[in-house]
Ligand binder design. Structure first.
Ligand code: ATP
Ligand code: MG
Length: 453
């Protein structure tokens, strides 16, 4: 591996020296300058693997340099060094494309980790261009779709993967937010480190602090052992905060602190531990409105929402339906051990007209049900069953009137019928299916759905 070369830009000779010594101890060469102009000249003369720049220099500021680098050397990671407390400037730098930031006084452990991940980024050999090329229509990345919107989303995802900026992923339910988060992680320098998803709506509020930050043995009743929190589990990697709008206010305060300090304190511990995680969050709610109504802290919102990424709903990109459907049918066939499944043109046309309130996940469900309905390998339009609009509300109303909802009542009856048929045939599924007037595949699907399988 070739020796790396880092450009250091800072007008304080002491800081320059500290940075140089740290880098040299890591086996990295350095060139330093105290002026923005000087840095721009050097960048024109030779190539570097990383630029570390201060914010305020006599002849200009670090943000100008970040912009210059984005324009002239877009593949060069640049990190800024900011005075403690001036997070706004750091956030602006991230928005302009900086890779990451460190605050003064510089914590050397943190600085080393930043340098490591920035240089690893270069090591992957992925330049901006190849990343965008590889996201082209011919490639089978996990984010499928041939619409213009999807092309742009793939390109943005690849670009954001190279930065450490917190990203807020917005989009309707089932549109692919988690998949996008996984892509940002997979394409970035933390790819070989953990990706830890956490559904903020699914953790009971009294357990949240300990889930996030861990706890010490004996910290509270029931804390019989030390527990490692999600932040520590994600150390070196990415923490994906899903359904972020559901985070209770008390925890929002603690999360903000952890992000500001890049350190956590397990419940019952007196000691802070530094952690290095990249934060990605997602919500299907309008988070700015949650801020206005006082349900979400504005300062945390700004912290998490440094870069915003919107995943468009499926109905706005109907061209994506066909490639997605093809891919989903391949997956279903593989799961069920079938040679293949395909869509009749009329079925595809019908899908193209659908509104998809549940987005890609709804498409998956429709195709899965259709695959059960047909006996051969071709799905025709009759096999497609669209959840009627308003059905959900009607069922909810029923569920309120009777204590047992319609779905549950039907499921109970279905379960009883299936169990009776299996008992009658001594567990022979082929015979049970015949008895019930179902195809074998339909029977298997229902058994699985009801958990009898
Ligand atoms: N562009 C895509 N290419 C391939 N698969 C996709 C794409 N978008 C979504 N999917 C698939 O659709 C399903 C739903 O996606 P995902 O879980 O990422 O959605 P989400 O926005 O996080 O949904 P929710 O708001 O319900 O949590 C997943 O199985 C995912 O793999
Ligand atoms: Mg999700």
């Amino acid at each position: 591996m070739s020796i790396k070369h880092v450009l250091v830009v800072d007008d304080e000779p002491d800081i320059c020296e500290l940075l140089e010594i740290t880098l040299q101890r890591m086996g990295i060469e350095t060139t330093s300058t105290t002026r923005v102009r000087g840095a721009m000249d050097l960048l024109g003369k030779r190539s570097f693997d990383l630029c570390l720049t201060d914010m305020r220099m006599p002849d200009g500021d670090g943000l100008e340099l970040v912009q210059h680098i984005q324009q002239h050397c877009p593949n060069l990671p640049v990190a800024v060094i900011t005075a403690h407390g001036s997070v706004d400037t750091a956030v602006n730098a991230l928005k302009l494309g900086a890779f990451d930031f460190v605050t003064k006084p510089v914590n050397l452990g943190m600085l080393r980790r930043l340098i490591d991940s920035a240089l690893r980024l270069g090591n992957t050999g992925v330049s901006g261009e190849t990343l965008e090329d590889s996201a082209g229509p011919g490639e089978e990345g996990p984010l499928l779709g041939r619409s213009e919107a999807m092309e742009q989303l793939r390109a943005k995802t690849a670009r954001l993967a190279r930065s450490q900026a917190p990203v807020m992923i917005l989009g309707e339910s089932g549109s692919g937010k988690e998949l996008v988060a996984r892509e940002i992680h997979r394409l970035g320098p933390r790819a070989d480190q953990p990706f830890i998803p956490v559904n903020c709506g699914a953790i009971p509020s009294e357990l949240m602090e300990s889930e996030f930050f861990g706890h010490c043995k004996g910290a509270f009743t029931g804390a019989v052992q030390n527990k490692v929190g999600l932040f520590r589990e994600a150390h070196g990697g990415t923490l994906f905060l899903d359904e972020i709008a559901e985070l209770p206010i008390a925890l929002q305060v603690k999360l903000l602190r952890a992000l500001q300090e890049r350190a956590i304190k397990p419940v019952g511990s007196a000691r802070e531990e530094s952690v290095d995680v990249r934060i990605l969050s997602a919500t299907h709610k309008d988070l700015a409105a949650e801020v206005d109504s006082g349900h979400f802290r504005q300062d945390l919102f700004y912290r998490l929402n440094v870069v915003e990424l919107r995943v468009p709903p499926l109905r706005e990109r109907p061209e994506d339906i066909e490639p997605l459907a093809r891919h989903i049918l391949l997956q279903i066939a593989a799961r069920w051990g079938l040679p293949g499944l395909s869509l009749e043109p009329s079925a595809l046309a019908r899908l193209a007209e659908h509104h998809f309130p549940g987005n890609v996940r709804e498409l998956e469900n429709i195709l899965e049900r259709a695959a059960v309905m047909v006996d051969g390998p071709v799905i025709d339009v009759d096999a497609l069953d669209f959840p009627e609009r308003g059905t959900a509300q009607r069922q909810a109303a029923l569920a309120i009137n009777d204590s047992v909802g319609l779905d549950d009542q039907l499921a109970d009856q279905e379960r009883a019928a299936l169990e009776a048929a299996l008992a009658k045939t001594g567990g022979n599924r082929t015979a049970a299916a015949r008895l019930l007037g179902l195809s074998f595949r339909q029977l298997r699907y229902r058994l699985k759905k009801l958990g009898i399988d």
